[in-house]
Design a binder for this molecule. Sequence first.
Ligand SMILES: NC(=O)c1ccc[n+]([C@@H]2O[C@H](COP(=O)([O-])OP(=O)(O)OC[C@H]3O[C@@H](n4cnc5c(N)ncnc54)[C@H](OP(=O)(O)O)[C@@H]3O)[C@@H](O)[C@H]2O)c1
Length: 361
Amino acid sequence: MPTTIEDFCVSKTDLRTTRWFESQAPDLEPEQLLLEIDCFALTANNITYAVAGERMSYWNFFPADEGFGRVPVWGFANVVESAHPEVDAGERIYGYFPMSSHLVILAGRVSERSLIDASEHRAKLPGVYNQYLRVSNDPTYEPSGEAMQMLFRPLYMTSFILDDFLADNDFFGASNVILTSASSKTSLGLAYLLHGDRDCQVIGLTSATNREFVEALGCYHRVLSYEQIDTLARTPSVIVDMAGNGTTLAAVHNHLDDELRYSCLVGATHWEARQGSRGMAGPKPELFFAPTHIQKRNEDWGPGGVETRFADAWGRFTAVVGNWISVRTVAGRDGVEQTYGEMLNGQVTPDIGYVLSVRET
Ligand SMILES: NC(=O)c1ccc[n+]([C@@H]2O[C@H](COP(=O)([O-])OP(=O)(O)OC[C@H]3O[C@@H](n4cnc5c(N)ncnc54)[C@H](OP(=O)(O)O)[C@@H]3O)[C@@H](O)[C@H]2O)c1
């Protein structure tokens, strides 16, 4: 029986309009693999991929019908059919997938540890998203660690690079580092690194309803709600903005004025509140582009230097992060659709990590 592929698609012009598309899996061309996507994490980061889908080419990874896009996610898949001599059906891989039941990829650069999707439409997209890890040859892989890997690992890479970027720049002369959307996984990872190893005060800004949760984790020196920005000490500071909320950013800039030494734009969790920062005081915000700093460190540290250091940092983080959130698994179309809607609308709480699967289990 041919396999039915189910794709969750969202309108590119209205992220609240969603639709399921079904198709039959094609006969495989040489070197193609049919993957069954077993599970994937959904966080605000995936919503940002959709928000920036056109501008930053995120829609191009997994093309969909005219006007629709497939939101990229991080997860695990099993090879159910292989037309590549070095890859067997039954293998499990980790990487970048659409919110779908299946995906056909063209296996390329197959090595013991990894392979890439060498499909034409992905050739010009950043390589990091095209690579898939073969879990059976990944020494850091633990089946029991899959949820934390999907939920945190791609984000923690950004936390790790940001931490190193700030330290490499001597914190731009600042002693305080302020993180917005302090409850987000990317901010939590960065706070954990800064609080543990660096000589600076880490201050988290979050919604009033999330403050207690963030405070209890102990990875910030101080946690304030967005309404308390005027209580920030007027000392040399850096802001790392994960929320992308224009009003919040302007409030911090205007309050700290010249004491704000650097303003770093990373995320947009508050994706519908980006206006409001025009004409604010302080330095011009700079968009953080992790690959630029990774490139610098590749030159400084040599081949494998970033990967080895990250593996070490990830190992230490996994020992603590499991206690921070509980994992909620959701299977089936209705659950996927509902969780996507709640994530889009900010109706989820930061103490839960969502792991989804299109297929009913
Ligand atoms: N540039 C890069 O390379 C890069 C890499 C990784 C991540 N990021 C960005 O970092 C951000 C955080 O991603 P994440 O996956 O770590 O987030 P997450 O863990 O899912 O964060 C959840 C938090 O985000 C805020 N939030 C989420 N949706 C919201 C909404 N609709 N309205 C208002 N607040 C909302 C809330 O925090 P508060 O109440 O604390 O505001 C919520 O607790 C994303 O924008 C992501 O794209 C960027």
